[in-house]
Write a protein that binds this ligand. Sequence first.
Ligand code: NAP
Length: 502
Amino acid sequence: MPHVVTQACCADASCVNACPVNCIHPTPDEPDFGTADMLYIDPDVCVDCGACVGACPVGAIVPDDRLAPDERVFLDLNAALSEPGRTYPPQAPVPAIRRLEPARGPLRVAIVGAGPAALYAADELLRQPGARVTVFDRLAVPHGLARHGVAPDHPRTRAVTDLFALIEAQPGFDYRLGVEIGRDLTVDELAAQHHAVVYATGASTDRPLDIPGLDRRGSMSATEVVSWYNAHPDHVDARVPLDHERAVIVGNGNVALDVARILATPAESLARTDISPLALAALRDSRVREVVVLGRRGPAQAAFTLPELVGLAAREDIDLRVEAPDGIAPDAEPDLQRRLTLECLAEVAARPPRTGSPRIVLRFQAAPVEILGGERVEGLRIARTELTAEEDGVRAVVLPGSEEVLPAGLVLRSVGYRGVPVPGVPFDPVTATIPHRAGRVLDRPDGTEVPGAYVVGWIKRGPRGFIGSNKTCAQETVDALLADANAGRLARSAAHRVSRNR
Ligand code: NAP
């Protein structure tokens, strides 16, 4: 009777080293760790000891006899992800922890941003005796997307804040909230007060979508809606028009799925979550009965992850539908995770409709063309695409003469996040990240290192991955910082080199 990794998996891999028989994969040293949608437990190897349960920060690991009815599907999913014949060493390698040489004296580090990447970096730094970490954030409340980005119906994922509370309680940890670097304090001032500065500013805006009609009322970014239902101080009183029976979301990543689910979930269920009261009141009066989630490419290129799809497909109160003009071909897909995604989509497409329930339509090969209406949104013109294989991947090309109009009162763009520059810190406008080498900030891509400046999280590697992906990211950055400290390359007086080196 094995344990099972369920939907909330944050992939921080804390469970991996707790396991005495190396049954949780991929481990951080395995090649598919960076691309895996979730970790899984090999049921043939698990000895059911439960050591992983306490190590998981989000309660995602459950003994199979305690799975809720809508989680049982994850038992099959863990088994399906465990490829027969794949062999593993008896123990996952434990990453070596670099030690700060005592002769270097106490280390003072500033971290800019208070989201998951910042907290994981603080945790790594505070393992060093005498280290002091001050975490700055422009908002008065910490935890970034763990607080303002996770959907309220994902309470286990939100429980990662319990781990953050343990990190915050460590000696040497300090917050300076409500302080914006670049406005209230310059990077030079910050650098002068610390041996090192770690930038963990995330990706706080949206990638743009270039179609006409974006300024009509009812055209919004999905992340604004996420911030609205999570009571982000900048968006808590946003006006989200819910008076039309259809909403359309452009893009089919996990943010799109989160928003579609919240719009389609009955308000009485949401009332049991910690959703913003203002959003709940608006959702109680919502007339939305159908949310169409558009993917410009095909099912094999869907951006949502397997556990989020499986979790949505298991919801009995939602009529999930799939529209894939060129069909779904799981057998042609070589990648196991993708194949399981396609199998799930094919199973959903073949289901009889659950008439009477709010509907989510996952529509593929549909590109946005123009948001229609007058002062407010009345619909979205879309076009069918065909897929072409190029050197850099599969592309969607609009088929001439294939346009149609989807009447809707709300059109949300959910095409990804984008990093924002910090004044005085190098920034690559193409990737919208801070250029770096193994976490050390560079003055430009492929340029020279900026002494004392480091980067972690989405502003380092782009807006991809899960909350726990920041743990291995933080380990890399902090390892570089400690190596520099041991080599005598960090000294407080040498600060503000960030701006001088630009
Ligand atoms: P995302 O996964 O990058 O998805 C972006 C979507 O926008 C893709 O479908 C993309 O299609 C589409 N797109 C981009 N440009 C477009 C255009 N011009 N026209 C039409 N479509 C366009 O972004 P996200 O949903 O914001 O998620 C960001 C990261 O956060 C992801 O790693 C995600 O897994 C993570 N996240 C995780 C959770 C969770 O675990 N529950 C929740 C929220 C977010 P193409 O693929 O064709 O470019």
